[in-house]
Design a protein around this ligand. Structure first.
Ligand SMILES: Nc1ncnc2c1ncn2[C@@H]1O[C@H](COP(=O)(O)OP(=O)(O)O)[C@@H](O)[C@H]1O
Ligand SMILES: [Mg+2]
Length: 247
């Protein structure tokens, strides 16, 4: 479980996070929505110590990591996490297999034979086979996304943070990625946090939705109760983006 209390972060005079409270429960899929520039990426980067908050508290699996040094964080907490960057962030100079292998080598716990097997398994999980020796620039956008997800799951994280995994994909490919996120959550039990603008996709695969607005989480609700919220900002934000299929 990840507990965030009163998280604040400013960049110079720009106050981005202004008292975020949020709990992420084990095994769930939580989608974070909110307009561009509101601080969604800053929030999830704070969770994995890529950004240092100004104040507030982050507790991960009952460990208060707020005052952790980078070394402590990387040793104790970082192995629990993987992060799928918005742009995929694969190394063009390495093959698909090489990219995944690099992530596994950073963890340093597997020998070469085990890593080879893990690479195969991970690619299999995202329904890509026999592309270990292919370079990223030979792949389509949807395949690149799946490779970056394969790399993220290869280290067997407890938590997987996805930053806009479907942005820039057509609706059919977005659907493939959403279904994949759901499958990985079901089959591997990965607790998943998704930043997304794909409200309908989020509704379909998430357990809960949280909305970040003006530096705070102004609402969290069950995904199947999105249409009955008594919050004007939330309702205006999702209006027009979701055609609820059950009425
Ligand atoms: N490292 C940084 N240095 C300065 N400003 C930043 C940094 N990271 C993010 N910001 C600013 O914080 C705000 C929120 O950014 P971000 O979290 O990326 O928004 P989004 O909700 O679109 O993910 C933006 O105004 C952005 O320019
Ligand atoms: Mg962002």
């Amino acid at each position: 479980m990840i507990e965030i209390y009163q998280l604040y972060k400013s960049f110079d005079k720009l106050a981005v996070l202004k008292g975020v409270d949020l709990t992420i429960y084990d095994g769930e899929i939580l989608s974070i929505i909110g307009k561009s520039g509101v601080g969604k990426s800053v929030l999830i980067k704070s969770i994995i110590n890529l950004i240092e908050p100004d104040s507030g508290k982050i507790i991960i699996d009952n460990i208060d990591v707020t005052g952790f040094s980078e070394k402590q964080f990387n040793k104790i907490i970082r192995p629990k996490f993987s992060y799928v960057f918005q742009n995929g962030a694969l190394w063009d100079s390495l093959t698909v297999g090489g990219n995944i292998d690099l992530a596994l080598q950073i963890e340093r716990c597997l020998d070469e034979k085990e890593r080879k097997l893990r690479i195969k398994e991970s690619l299999h999980m995202v329904e890509l086979a026999d592309i270990e020796n292919v370079y990223p620039d030979e792949l389509s956008g949807g395949m690149l996304k799946r490779v970056s997800i394969a790399r993220a799951i290869a280290t067997r994280p407890k938590y997987l943070l996805y930053d806009e995994p479907t942005t820039g994909l057509d609706p059919v490919l977005a659907n493939v990625i959403n279904n994949l996120i759901k499958k990985l959550n079901d089959e591997l039990g990965i607790t998943s946090v998704i930043i997304t603008h794909d409200i309908l996709g989020a509704k379909n695969i998430s357990d809960r939705i949280a909305m970040l607005y003006d530096g705070r989480i102004i609402l969290t609700c069950r995904a199947d109760e999105m249409k009955s919220q008594d919050n004007e900002i939330f309702n205006d934000f999702i209006k027009g983006k979701v055609i609820f299929d059950d009425n």
